[in-house]
Design a protein around this ligand. Structure first.
Ligand code: G3P
Ligand code: CA
Length: 289
């Protein structure tokens, strides 16, 4: 009788403990998700500028995300929109050039633009960085980079060119490949191209493909990176159950999470990374692992 009572109590206690334990994720039980500064610390400084990288470093955030596109004369630059209009003064500097597409301007023209004043006068004179300048600043701060190839359909061959700049800047050595670089895109074709050209590079597919399609994407993608609004704990577990091109479970970085409560929910789902404009808010909201 006593033994049965002890056994029942033990079972109940174990059940309660299991409920309190963080869920299993691809990097181990209860690992704290990585925090990734979206377009740099973009709530603090103008997105995708060196100032936003510096702001992330000031917050001691290890990961930054950016967006890479190509100029008319073939330079790779860091900017989100396909037009220069929202985040620079291009309309004033080049009034006759609507719709001000990145691909229609040379690197020298883009270098003249102010990419900071729209955000705040303290950032007047900030520039649209080249990928080379950006990589050097990230390296300077010993940070890690989630590099998004943006709008690859506008820039045929951008995958090879991006890898060339990464290589020239020392970002394809073993140390960077092992843990400091992920290339992501909404385009599966673009990621497949990156993987075929340089299989050692880790890649992430943006979006939420059906679970049945995950094994196909896992031939060339190491991560599946959906909007936080679209994921469930079941989906995260389904992604983790698939093995990626480097022999490890696929991982999940969700975007763009700026609320503490949402960050906690995502951590409870077992995501591996949280991409945020407010890395300080997200980091504060997560329990230490
Ligand atoms: O890193 C995820 C996120 O950057 C994808 O959306 O439009 O901000 O590039 P977007
Ligand atoms: Ca992006």
């Amino acid at each position: 009788m006593y033994a049965r009572a002890v056994a029942a109590t033990t079972t109940a206690l174990l059940g309660a403990v299991a409920l309190l334990l963080p869920v299993h994720d691809a990097r181990g039980i209860g690992a704290r998700p990585e925090v990734i500064a979206h377009r740099g610390a973009s709530a603090q400084a103008p997105e995708n500028t060196l100032a936003a990288v510096d702001a992330a470093a000031g917050l001691r955030v290890r990961w930054v995300e950016n967006d890479v596109q190509r100029t008319k004369d073939g330079a790779l630059v860091v900017i989100h929109d396909d037009s220069l209009r929202r985040t620079t003064d291009v309309e004033e500097v080049f009034p006759g050039r609507a719709p001000w597409q990145v691909k229609d301007f040379t690197a020298a023209e883009i270098a003249q633009l102010d990419a900071g004043s729209w955000f705040g006068s303290a950032y007047a004179g900030a520039r649209v960085p080249t990928l080379k300048e950006y990589l050097r600043r990230v390296e300077h701060h010993h940070q890690k980079l989630l590099l998004e190839i943006k709008n690859p359909q506008l820039y045929p061959g951008i995958e090879r060119e991006t890898l060339k700049v990464l290589s020239n800047e020392g970002w394809l050595d073993r140390r960077h490949l092992a843990g400091r670089l992920i290339v992501q895109s909404f385009s599966a074709d673009s990621l497949r191209a990156v993987h075929d050209l340089k299989p050692a590079v880790r890649t992430g597919l943006l979006g939420k493909p059906p679970e049945a399609d995950l094994p196909g994407y896992a031939r060339f993608a190491d991560l599946i990176n959906p909007s936080h609004t679209s994921v469930s704990q079941g989906y995260v577990s389904a992604v983790h159950a698939v093995t990626g091109p480097h022999g490890k479970p696929l991982e999940v970085f969700v975007w763009t999470v700026d609320e503490a409560a949402t960050a906690r929910t995502m951590a409870g789902y077992g995501v591996d990374g949280i991409i945020t404009n407010k890395p300080d808010v997200v980091r504060r909201s997560l329990p230490r692992s």
